[in-house]
Design a protein around this ligand. Structure first.
Ligand SMILES: [Zn+2]
Length: 104
């Protein structure tokens, strides 16, 4: 048995989301929540009109390697829509911790 020390890295991030239209990670904070850099630029350079509706889509848009369903969240204005896919969290951390191992 080998005990693993992961270096004490504190991760306090919310769930990782990817913009479905632009295929980028949503890491930009806006008044509407986290969006991708392209969507943020669009929101600031030409703000969408109409009421904002936000909702979870009822059907999963993808499945992870563990066959976990990935659902999309929509932010919808009259003339613009942002769809983001939410990745299952355990997937991300499991992937990262497997690379933390030293042989010194
Ligand atoms: Zn985007």
């Amino acid at each position: 048995m080998t005990a693993r020390y992961n270096g004490g890295i504190m991760r306090n991030e919310p769930q990782k989301t990817i913009c479905l239209d632009h295929q980028c990670e949503e890491d930009q904070a806006t008044p509407f929540g986290m969006v991708c850099p392209v969507c943020k630029r669009r929101l600031y350079t030409s703000p969408p009109r109409g009421n904002l509706m936000s909702f979870w889509e009822s059907q999963p848009v993808a499945f992870s390697l563990d066959r976990e369903p990935c659902f999309a969240y929509s932010l919808m204005w009259e003339n613009y829509r942002i769809r983001s896919i939410h990745l299952p969290e355990q997937n991300v951390s499991a992937h990262e911790s497997s690379s933390v191992e030293s042989h010194s």
